[in-house]
Ligand binder design. Structure first.
Ligand code: GCU
Length: 588
C-alpha cells in the first residue's frame, strides 16, 4: 500500500513537473492604450485596464457608443519561448476584431462572445512587440445579434493571454478550444463509455513515433484507467486522435455543490519522451426530458428551477472580474436555484466552471434573437458562433443543452434553424437542442429536441394566474415544455401594497410588491405541472438596456430579482429563497 502511495505521489509529482516545463500561459491583461475610432490623434489616447468595456459608463443611455475602438499593447518576448510556439488567445472582443502584431495582420474575428486564437511565433521580436487590436461594436448585418434589448458593450472585455506551447502540441487552434473533447457516449449508474478526441498540431506528417496516452483520475484523485494509442501516422500537420475508455461504477456529477469531476490527463509522447501534456476536467452524468414527467438527472426526477442571467455590471459593462462572477453565483445559490439560463449569448468560461463546481444545470445559447438577415454571411456567422460555443465548452458537465434562438418574430428562419440544429447534433450528439419562442405555431418552434417559451402573464398581458392555461396550450406531447422566461419589472423605490391589477408595464410605476405577486402567481402554476421540465425567472439581475424607457431608471431592464449593483435583493428574491428551499413555505 505504501509502495503504491509512493509511486502515485511520484507520478503526480512528475506530471506537475513536466506540465510546468512544457506549457505556459502569460496574461496580457493590465494596462493597455486605447482610443475611440481607428485613427490615432494623441490627445485621445487613454490608458485603460484590459479587460475593458469602452461604453461601461454610457451603456445605460439610449445613444451609447457603438463604433470603433483601437487598443495597443507593447511587450517583450517572454524568456521561456526558446524552441516553443507562441499563440495569442482572446477570450472575447466585442464584437468584431482585426488583430495586428508588429505590423503583420493576424486576422479577423466576428462575434462578441467567444474566444479566438492566432499563432504568432513567426512575427515575434525579442523586444517591444506591438500588438494592435481594432475592434468595433457597430450594428453589423453580418454579425449576430441584430436585436435584443440588452446593451452591446464594446471592447476587449475578457482576458487576453499568450500560450507558450511545445512545437508539436495539443492544439489551441481548433476554434480556440482546449483541443480535447470528452464525449459521454453512454453513462449508466454502473458503467460509462467515453470517447475522447484529442487534436494535435505540429510536425506530425509521416511517422514521427508519436503516441497519445490519456490517464483518467476519479474525483477522489485515484487513477482509474489509462489508454494509449498506436503510433500516429498522419499525412497532414494536424490530426484528431480518438480513444475509447470504459469505467465501472462511475462516480456521478449529481447537481450538488462540490460535485464530482474526473480529470483526463493527456500526454503526447515522442518515442519515450513526453512532449506535451494537458489536463481537462469533466463530471459524468446522464439526463433526459420526459414529456410527461419532466427533467431527469442520473435517472432521478430533477425539475429545473432556474434563473436567467446577463453578464454586465454598473461601471464595468461586460468587463467583470472573477470576484463579480463569484458574487453572482453566491446570490443564485442563495435563492436555491438549481439551474441557470446564460442568456442570450455565450458567457465566460469561468462562469461555466463555477456552475460545474456548484452543481447548477446550464442552458447555453447563441445570440440569434428576434430577427436575422437573409445574408449568407449572417448565417455563416451564426454557425461559427454555435461551433465555437460547443467546442469551447464541450467538457462542462453543467451544460445540458444548446439553445439555437430566442424569440424569432420575423422572416422565415425555418431552414436556418434546421441547419443549426443539425450542426449542434453533429458537433455534440450527447446534449439536447432547445430554443426559446414567444409566438406559438411558428414552424421553427418544431425543430429542436426540446422546446421552451418566454411568457409574461401579469406583466405584458393578463393576470399572473393565466400562466397555468398558457402553459397548457404550449404543452407538447413529444417534447414537454419549459418556461424559459417569466417575470415583471420592479423598482426598489416604488411601492404599493395589495394591488389587484398590474401597473402599466411600459409606464414609470414599477412597484416591487407587484413583481412579487407576479412571481408567486406564476410559480404556483408552474409548480403544479410535472410536465414542465424547467422554468427560468427573467431575470436574476437588473441589466443595462440602452434603448428602454420605463421604470424609474431609463436604459435598464428592471426585471431582476436583485438590483444592477447586486446590493439589494427585491421582495421576489425572498419569495424564491423561501420556496426553493428544502422546506418550502408554500404547499402546492
Ligand atoms: C423578451 C426577451 C428578453 C427581454 C424580455 C423583456 O422575452 O427574450 O431579452 O429582456 O423579454 O422584455 O424583459
Amino acid at each position: 500500500m505504501l509502495k503504491y502511495r509512493l509511486s502515485l505521489f511520484l507520478f503526480t509529482f512528475l506530471i506537475i513537473q513536466s506540465s510546468a516545463q512544457l506549457r505556459d500561459r502569460i496574461s496580457l491583461s493590465g494596462e493597455w492604450q486605447f482610443f475611440k475610432g481607428d485613427t490615432e490623434t494623441s490627445s485621445q489616447v487613454e490608458h485603460v485596464t484590459v479587460p475593458h468595456s469602452w461604453n461601461a459608463q454610457d451603456g445605460t443611455t439610449a445613444d451609447y457608443y457603438r463604433g470603433k475602438g483601437t487598443y495597443r499593447y507593447n511587450f517583450d518576448l517572454p524568456k521561456n519561448t526558446k524552441k516553443k510556439r507562441v499563440f495569442l488567445r482572446f477570450e472575447a472582443v466585442s464584437q468584431e476584431a482585426d488583430v495586428f502584431l508588429n505590423g503583420q495582420y493576424l486576422g479577423n474575428h466576428k462575434g462578441a462572445f467567444n474566444a479566438f486564437c492566432f499563432e504568432i511565433t513567426p512575427y515575434l521580436k525579442k523586444k517591444d512587440n506591438e500588438l494592435i487590436v481594432k475592434a468595433n461594436n457597430i450594428l453589423n448585418p453580418d454579425i449576430a445579434p441584430l436585436s435584443g434589448d440588452f446593451t452591446i458593450f464594446g471592447g476587449i472585455y475578457r482576458p487576453v493571454s499568450l500560450l507558450i506551447l511545445p512545437q508539436t502540441c495539443i492544439t489551441p487552434l481548433d476554434y480556440a478550444s482546449s483541443g480535447i473533447y470528452i464525449k459521454q457516449t453512454e453513462i449508466q449508474d454502473h458503467k460509462a463509455t467515453i470517447d475522447i478526441t484529442t487534436k494535435i498540431d505540429g510536425d506530425i506528417s509521416g511517422n514521427k513515433k508519436l503516441r497519445l496516452r490519456t490517464s483518467v483520475f476519479d474525483p477522489t484523485g485515484k487513477l482509474v484507467t489509462t489508454s494509449e494509442n498506436e503510433e500516429i501516422r498522419a499525412s497532414e500537420n494536424t490530426v484528431a486522435i480518438d480513444q475509447r475508455i470504459y469505467l465501472d461504477n462511475p462516480i456521478l456529477w449529481n447537481g450538488k455543490a462540490a460535485p464530482n469531476q474526473y480529470r483526463f490527463f493527456c500526454e503526447l509522447l515522442q518515442g519515450k519522451k513526453v512532449i506535451d501534456t494537458l489536463s481537462v476536467y469533466t463530471g459524468l452524468r446522464y439526463f433526459k426530458v420526459d414529456p410527461q414527467k419532466g427533467f431527469f438527472l442520473n435517472g432521478k426526477s430533477y425539475q429545473i428551477r432556474g434563473v436567467n442571467r446577463h453578464q454586465d455590471r454598473p461601471g464595468k459593462g461586460w468587463a467583470i472580474s472573477e470576484k463579480d462572477h463569484q458574487e453572482d453565483m453566491q446570490l443564485i445559490k442563495e435563492i436555491g436555484a438549481n439551474g441557470v439560463r446564460l442568456a442570450h449569448y455565450p458567457h465566460s468560461d469561468y462562469f461555466y466552471s463555477l456552475c460545474d463546481k456548484e452543481g447548477l444545470l446550464v442552458w447555453a445559447e447563441i445570440p440569434f434573437i428576434g430577427n436575422g438577415t437573409e445574408s449568407t454571411a449572417f448565417e455563416e456567422n451564426l454557425k461559427q458562433q454555435l461551433t465555437e460555443l460547443i467546442r469551447q465548452n464541450f467538457n462542462h458537465p453543467s451544460i445540458f443543452c444548446w439553445s439555437l434562438f430566442n424569440e424569432l418574430v420575423k422572416g422565415n428562419p425555418e431552414k436556418l434553424v434546421a441547419e443549426l440544429n443539425d450542426l449542434a447534433h453533429k458537433e455534440d450528439p450527447t446534449r439536447l437542442t432547445v430554443a426559446a419562442a414567444n409566438i406559438e405555431g411558428r414552424p421553427e418552434n418544431k425543430i429542436t429536441d426540446i422546446m421552451a417559451f418566454n411568457t409574461y402573464p401579469g406583466w405584458y398581458w393578463a393576470e399572473p394566474e393565466t400562466m397555468g392555461p398558457s402553459i397548457d396550450w404550449k404543452k407538447d406531447e413529444k417534447r414537454g415544455v419549459c418556461i424559459s422566461e417569466y417575470g415583471a419589472g420592479a423598482s426598489i423605490k416604488h411601492h404599493q401594497q395589495r394591488m389587484k391589477k398590474a401597473p402599466k408595464c411600459e409606464g414609470d410605476f414599477h412597484p416591487e410588491e407587484w413583481q412579487a405577486i407576479v412571481h408567486e402567481g406564476n410559480y404556483k402554476e408552474i409548480d403544479k405541472r410535472d410536465f414542465v421540465w424547467g422554468s427560468f425567472v427573467w431575470n436574476m439581475f437588473d441589466f443595462a438596456s440602452g434603448g428602454r424607457k420605463e421604470g424609474d431608471t431609463y436604459g435598464m431592464n428592471d426585471k431582476g430579482l436583485v438590483t444592477y449593483d447586486r446590493k439589494t435583493p427585491k421582495d421576489a428574491f425572498y419569495f424564491y429563497k423561501a420556496n426553493w428551499s428544502e422546506k418550502p413555505v408554500l404547499h402546492i
